[in-house]
Design a protein around this ligand. Structure first.
Ligand code: DGJ
Length: 721
């Protein structure tokens, strides 16, 4: 891995990729990002041409480059580049014109971004651009890794001037590339139906993927990929982009009249305006830009490797995720001490590690209509208190976990009665209610301090090894009485910063507690959360069939080992579908595993299976966590789902194969494996095959027909020595 400056050029490179920029007459131009190239005088390859209606920039090479045709690293508004700007700043006189020119650079080890989650490791090039009229500096950060084909990007604006300015847009990156008839891939969805893969042609104009929900949302994930038009999982150039951010975001892809594609993204500039006082700075979230020259699967492998090594909490690396028994779908709100103890006892000696007490344990919380904010145990319901439940867990050989939803307040709660002003609301308007609840204004210092203390006390007072941090609504009103009227459009980003501060505080105070993220399932699956929480509840749909698609979708950008799945009741609580206990477990084992049903209601044979399943999970999880994922059959476009995970040494792995519906008319599936060593011999359990890697990968094998709907197999593949 290396970063070097040669003449007017900057090269960031590792063994596989190069990212090249040029200081072009003071404007920071993008030259190239893709498969590795040499340190030639790459300027010979880039043509600039004047056009009618052009606004040229004067370069010191006495060449006139038209700004609207230049590949630009930091395009600004009203400058003659009429494409999407990456930065827009309003000066004290109301103008939005800026002119940022190169002023210097430095190279250093990557530093943590203050107040925001970001990747660790790597080497960083920091390029300073200055607008000398207003004395504003933009630092552009580029980090490269030696073991992943990714560039981590973020920007920082510093006001060195004497007057306040207003930042109307601050992107994390801008990447201009030549068009190649690209496809765009994104992840859209809704509650219980997250991570649906959407592929479209990149058309002319601007395509935007965004959240205005205050959190990442189920609707759209902060991920997009630009792929060669004939790409497959294993061929074609792909640029994958993901924001390490949990607030309202925007990603855009613009194909212009000159066949240039501009990708930008960061904090959503819709309803955003940030007043930057003299000597203050504003930092964008980090964006990760992965390049793959061998298809979509490799892009996912790169994201996954990067996040597993440089993003997830260091403490969690190498640790096996505990197998949990969660009370939510086991009992919802309908439990008391006796029932909880029965559920806990039923998990003794099964291999389950942790009992998680989900919603309903606090205040008068017997339904979702009340008590959020009252974080003290309901002793009418749980007479023995949390200590009694924790002791029961200990007696049954289990650890104890607990559900919290810190950002919320119910109108019917003691907290609201005492502090009605802590609710997020707009003066004179009735605030919008969602799931019968409101947000707490994290920007209000008193509310923030209360949350810090109440959860510190909870975790300090009890032997809690696991916390599920939930968030069950989107943000409305977007107003804080703690902000001046001119700063209200800072609300969204400030809320996100305060949330990170709260999470950072609690996770740092309790480094041995495993925190799981959740937002009504997968409403906040993003790199920002994964920086603090090593796992996230992937979806409120626990139906194994739906989960094949949801997990396939998430696997584009996130390590599946960091997303959790549970075996739940049959017929399924959400869609009433009947699927066997063993298929439900196979699919839940794609990530962090657990159960979410009352084990007392299971048949003897099902109960016996739990022990085997837990043993299996403990055996496979280190491969799921540390190995590489290969997508084999797409459940969005076929009636099957198949993925495999192989360890790095290519000696052992697991194959998931799932059939949705039996269809006699169908030609049997030929499955070609991936990720094996060509010359080695492997045994494929269940199908009883002993074949070499090249045969399994190139010829493949016919999967015998399954005469059963919703049927899966989870198979060991092992090198024969
Ligand atoms: C939404 C979560 O996604 C569920 O798993 C459960 O914890 C409920 N909230 C509880 O209210």
């Amino acid at each position: 891995m290396a970063i070097c400056a040669k003449g007017n050029y900057f090269f960031l490179e590792n063994e596989c990729v190069s990212y090249v920029m040029e200081n072009k007459g003071g404007v920071l131009a993008h030259v190239y990002y893709g498969a590795k190239i040499s340190h030639d005088n790459v300027g010979q390859c880039t043509a600039f041409y004047p056009l009618s209606f052009c606004c040229p920039i004067e370069s010191d090479e006495s060449e006139w480059a038209n700004l609207d045709t230049l590949k630009c690293e930091c395009p600004t508004a009203h400058s003659g580049d009429f494409r999407e700007p990456s930065v827009v700043i309003k000066s004290a006189n109301g103008s939005r014109r800026t002119d940022f020119r190169f002023s210097g650079y430095e190279i250093s080890q990557k530093c943590k971004i203050d107040g925001l989650p970001s990747l660790r490791g790597g080497e960083t090039l920091i390029i300073s651009l200055v607008d000398s009229v207003q004395n504003i500096e933009i630092k552009q950060f580029y980090t490269i890794y030696d073991d992943c084909n990714a560039i981590a990007r973020h920007n920082e604006i510093i006001n060195h001037g004497d007057s306040d300015v207003q930042i109307l847009k601050l992107s994390s990156f801008c990447l201009d590339i030549d068009d190649n008839g690209y496809k765009l891939i994104s992840l859209f969805g809704k509650h219980s139906n997250e991570a649906q893969i959407f592929v479209e042609d990149l058309g002319r104009g601007v395509r935007v993927f965004e959240s205005n929900c205050g959190i990442t949302s189920h609707k759209q994930n902060p991920f997009m990929a630009l792929a060669d038009k004939n790409y497959t999982e294993y061929s074609g150039n792909i640029y994958g982009i993901n924001l390490i951010y949990s607030g309202s975001f925007k990603l855009s892809a613009e194909l212009n009249n000159l066949n240039n594609v501009r990708l930008t993204g960061g904090i959503n500039d819709n309803d955003f305006a940030w007043t930057l006082e003299p000597k203050k700075s504003l930092v964008s979230p980090e964006a990760i830009i992965v390049f793959s020259d061998c298809g979509l699967n490799n892009m996912s492998v790169q994201f996954s490797a990067l996040y597993k090594k440089y993003l997830l909490p260091e403490k969690s690396l190498g640790k096996i995720s505990p197998i949990v028994l969660n009370s939510w779908e086991a009992a919802f709100f309908d439990y008391d001490e006796v029932k909880l103890k029965q559920i806990i006892r039923s998990a003794a000696s099964t291999g389950i590690d942790t009992f998680v007490l989900d919603d309903g344990w606090f205040g008068a919380r017997n339904s979702d209509k009340c008590a959020l904010g009252d974080w003290f145990v309901n002793t009418d319901k749980i007479k023995c208190g949390l200590s009694g439940i924790i002791n029961e867990c200990k007696d049954s050989g289990l650890k104890f976990g607990i559900w919290i939803e810190p950002e919320m307040i119910s109108e019917d709660s003691a907290l609201f009665a005492a502090h009605p002003d802590w609710r997020v609301e707009t003066p004179n308007y009735k605030p919008a209610i969602s799931r019968n609840q409101y947000l707490i204004d994290l920007i209000n210092d008193d509310a923030f301090e209360y949350l810090k203390h109440v959860f510190y006390d909870l975790l300090h007072s009890y032997d809690i090894s696991y916390v599920k941090w939930d968030m069950n609504r989107y943000i409305t009103e977007n107003y804080s009485a703690a902000l001046q009227s001119g700063r209200q459009q800072e609300f969204n980003h400030r809320y996100t910063l305060r949330l990170y501060e709260l999470i950072d505080h609690l996770t740092s105070c309790f480094p041995d507690v495993l925190f799981e993220g959740c937002a009504g399932g997968g409403g906040r699956v993003d790199g920002g959360m994964l920086y603090y929480f090593p796992q996230i509840w992937a979806s409120d749909s626990t139906d194994a069939n739906e989960r094949t698609k949801i997990m396939y979708g998430w696997s584009l950008c996130y390590p599946l080992s960091a997303l959790s799945g549970h075996v739940s009741k049959c017929p399924n609580n959400q869609n009433m579908r009947t699927i066997t206990f063993s298929t439900r477990a196979d699919i839940a084992m794609l990530g962090a595993f657990g159960y979410e049903l009352d084990l007392n209601e299971l048949s003897k044979s099902e109960k016996d299976l739990i022990f085997e399943q837990c043993q299996l999970f403990k055996k496979i999880y280190h491969i799921v966590k540390n190995g590489d994922l290969y997508r084999l059959i797409n459940p969005f476009t076929t009636d099957y789902f198949s993925v495999m995970v192989m360890n790095k040494q290519k000696t052992e792995g697991y194959l998931w194969f799932y059939q949705r519906l039996v269809d006699y008319g169908k030609t049997p599936i030929r499955l070609k494996l991936k990720g094996l060593a060509k010359e080695r011999l492997y045994f494929v359990e269940h199908f009883n095959l002993s074949l070499s890697g090249d045969t399994l990968m190139n010829l493949g094998f016919t999967v015998p027909a399954f005469y059963e709907d919703f049927k899966s197999v989870l198979i060991n593949i092992k090198e024969i020595i």
